[in-house]
Design a protein around this ligand. Structure first.
Ligand code: SF4
Ligand code: SF4
Length: 187
């Protein structure tokens, strides 16, 4: 990530400074598609207890991320590494007794984080590969040769130009296409 990252758990343990709080953040969120109902969350914890990722992670807690956002801890939420662990399975959204669209809220957080350049390197690498080859992962030459040796048909060619066209205007992607020397936003 481009900026120092924190996690919800670390964030929770660190003292909160008044200067960190952005009281407008929650009102910005209620205007965004997907996070309109964030203020209805009454912190019951159902989303976290049913989340399959939280079951295997000591730090990923959707309830905590929402609580931090309600408090105005915008930077801590957007710089959280665990934000990117969500598998978008929508279990939390189905189970929330308050109709908070938890999975969509996480998507909104990610979009805001991406605008600031706070994206894990693995996703930046995937974006770069998509733009260059049309594939999220570069197919190693060894794999291509092995297919040939086993008389398998060649893999279809990725159409990087089409991918670039489709993704034009996506801020996170545009950052990768800036002229050399110009730094992506958030760096
Ligand atoms: S299940 Fe809904 S109300 Fe309960 S903590 Fe999660 S978002 Fe909040
Ligand atoms: S959508 Fe994300 S936060 Fe919700 S239950 Fe699935 S993995 Fe957990």
């Amino acid at each position: 990530m481009t900026e120092a990252a924190t996690t919800p758990t670390q964030g929770k343990d660190q003292p909160i400074k008044a200067s960190e709080l952005d009281p407008k953040f929650k009102y910005e969120l209620v205007k965004m598609h997907g996070s309109e109902k964030i203020l209805k969350c009454f912190q019951c914890g159902t989303c976290t207890s049913d989340c399959p990722v939280a079951r295997f992670s000591d730090t990923y807690r959707p309830r905590t991320l929402i609580h931090m956002a309600q408090l105005g801890l915008k930077e801590r939420v957007l710089k959280s590494d665990t934000l990117w662990l969500c598998a978008a399975c929508f279990t939390c959204t189905d189970r929330c007794p308050q109709d908070v669209e938890v999975a969509a809220v996480i998507r909104v957080f990610r979009n805001l984080a991406a605008e600031k350049g706070c994206v894990p390197q693995v996703f930046k690498d995937q974006a770069q590969s998509l733009l260059e080859s049309g594939y999220a992962y570069k197919i190693p030459e060894l794999r291509v040769k092995k297919r040939e040796s086993q008389c398998l048909p060649p893999l279809p060619k990725g159409d990087a130009e089409k991918v670039r066209k489709v993704l034009k205007g996506v801020k996170f992607i545009d950052n990768f296409q800036k002229p050399a020397g110009e730094k992506p936003s958030g760096q």
